[in-house]
Design a protein around this ligand. Sequence first.
Ligand SMILES: Nc1ncnc2c1ncn2[C@@H]1O[C@H](COP(=O)(O)OP(=O)(O)OP(=O)(O)O)[C@@H](O)[C@H]1O
Length: 273
Amino acid sequence: MMNFTDGAPGAAAVEARDLTVVRGGRTVLRSLTFSVEPGRITGLLGPSGCGKSTLMRALVGTQAGVTGALTVLGRPAGHPELRARVGYVTQAPSVYDDLTVRQNLHYFAAVLRPGARHRAARAEAVERAVADVDLASHADALAGNLSGGQRSRVSLAVALLGTPELLVLDEPTVGLDPVLRRDLWELFHRIAADRGATLLVSSHVMDEAERCDRLLLMRAGEILADDTPEALRRSTGRPTVEAAFLHLVDRAAPTAAAGTHEDRQEQKGRPRP
Ligand SMILES: Nc1ncnc2c1ncn2[C@@H]1O[C@H](COP(=O)(O)OP(=O)(O)OP(=O)(O)O)[C@@H](O)[C@H]1O
């Protein structure tokens, strides 16, 4: 995979050009070109199966079958230097059920910053992350005894430990009640405003689109629109981002059908990874 030259100050947090991903012999992302502004919240929205998780996996360097150019914080996606600079929260909470919330965080903090000399800094980072996700009252509860939403927040706290410059969050609000969803979005905005971090947040809930600074609307492995919520509503003449998205889907329908045919042509000559 190619990469762009090192990022200058103010450069895009993510730059993709002709980014294509083939999974199981099928092209699931096709020739995407976009950039993600630093210090802002970009929403990655689209229906189930459109390729949001695949795109996020490509960004953090865990996806095979990636071609094109993909640069993250001035480095090729997956570069070892990015491990401490990028926080990634998968859809399935990745926490140890037999450890408490605090023990989970101490464990991951030790992986990030091993050694006795970092003990005080680790303890501070753990307490800050617990407070960030509003789990202080459950800090000593076993992760296995938490609700689904609470476990998701532990995962998010793990990603916040290293104060990452880029946070990649795959559907972080799934299964959360409206109050928690609102609180989490407030936290995302605080992280962007106070720390200057860049957030890429996926969702298939269109009302969450209105909370983002910028949107990448996806469908069937393609980007339908890359704009602010306001500009999308204005350019489509629709009152909500959801209505704008549906309008764009209807307009793009013939192209998507053509893409399916291309898929079939591509599959003929391609080895299965
Ligand atoms: N391991 C795999 N092998 C082959 N194809 C896969 C694999 N995992 C996912 N896919 C396909 O890749 C496409 C994109 O999947 P992806 O998980 O990125 O979508 P998504 O937009 O994140 O969906 P959701 O919102 O349901 O999580 C889908 O068509 C899916 O069937």
